[in-house]
Design a protein around this ligand. Structure first.
Ligand code: NAP
Length: 270
């Protein structure tokens, strides 16, 4: 299958770099082409991941079976306008743009096109990501097998039943690595204040996060509460830490944080 397909990316930013890396893990010879107005990021992609590069978005469209729209939502209407007349019905268009609905995408590109919305996160670069995908149910049988095959190296793929769930993917996966990085950064700051060196602090925190995550994913039958209980014996050190989180209403902060993400996701293209 691989030798007959090619993937094109419009925009050479964080998400294109993430996807190119993740896809290359399993598809070393897959032709990929990337466009961007400036060349610095393009040169890096060419050098490190053997992609073709161009400053012309139409060239990507003319040389790809799958066209991935990886520009910011505010630039998307202009890019769609630019490529619309060169797109063919057989091509699969994948939009990564947060907050731009399928209805809007069909308006920009034409009702006859095969359009998929995808919401990956940055750990897709190393094969530990999650990518939510949504396509109209009538087109799913045409696009899902190929995209599932090409995106396999990214991590877990979740085909969604409802487009609205894309906003949940943004809140709980797309944006979520940054919440964990932020929490780890806060821990590291305090560790350094206590006199630990940067590296020791980072190793302690990152490996604990990795171990905790592995516990959750490998011990599927154990709930979060049970895992917490395994660490936090009554009257012990962990119980003290958790009571500070509870007294300061971390769960309320988390609710507000998720509401803020969802609200932004819904309004981003306006
Ligand atoms: N970052 C994430 O974790 C994440 C997760 C899921 C989805 N997304 C979505 O992915 C999309 C891209 O996000 P990103 O984080 O990769 O943004 P980014 O790093 O800012 O990348 C966007 C790229 O588009 C380029 N660009 C600007 N105008 C262009 C044009 N007319 N034609 C072609 N390329 C153009 C920019 O080039 P210059 O810098 O040279 O101007 C930049 O390299 C967004 O729609 C976002 O909602 C992002």
């Amino acid at each position: 299958m691989e030798h007959h397909q090619s993937i094109g990316f419009i925009g050479a930013g964080n998400m294109t770099t993430t996807l190119v890396q993740g896809i290359r893990q399993l598809h070393q010879n897959l032709p990929m082409i990337v466009s961007n107005p400036s060349t610095t990021k393009l040169e890096v992609l060419k050098e490190q991941y053997q992609t073709e590069i161009t400053v012309n978005n139409v060239e990507v469209v003319l040389n790809s079976d799958i066209v991935i729209l990886a520009v910011k939502p505010n630039v998307l209407p202009m890019v769609c306008d630019e490529i619309r007349t060169d797109l063919k019905k057989e091509q699969i268009i994948v939009s990564l743009a947060a907050g731009v609905s399928l209805v809007q995408l069909y308006q920009y590109l034409g009702q006859e096109m095969m359009i998929v919305r995808a919401m990956p996160n940055t750990p897709c670069a190393i094969g530990y990501g999650i990518c939510g995908l949504y396509v109209d149910v009538k087109l799913k049988f045409k696009v899902a097998p190929l995209l599932s095959y090409l995106f396999e190296g990214l991590g877990q793929l979740k085909w969604l039943k409802d487009e609205k769930q894309i906003d949940d993917i943004i809140a709980f996966a797309g944006s979520a690595p940054a919440y964990f990085y932020y929490f780890m950064q806060c821990l590291q700051k305090v560790a350094i204040q206590r006199g630990l060196d940067d590296t020791l602090a980072k190793d302690l925190i990152a490996n604990t996060a990795l171990g905790a995550s592995m516990m959750v994913t490998t011990k599927n039958d154990i709930s979060f509460s049970q895992l917490i209980e395994q660490v936090a014996s009554k009257g012990g050190t962990t119980a003290q830490a958790l009571s500070v989180l509870e007294e300061n209403n971390l769960s309320v902060i988390v609710e507000k944080m998720i509401s803020a993400v969802i609200e932004r996701a819904q309004n981003i293209s306006n």
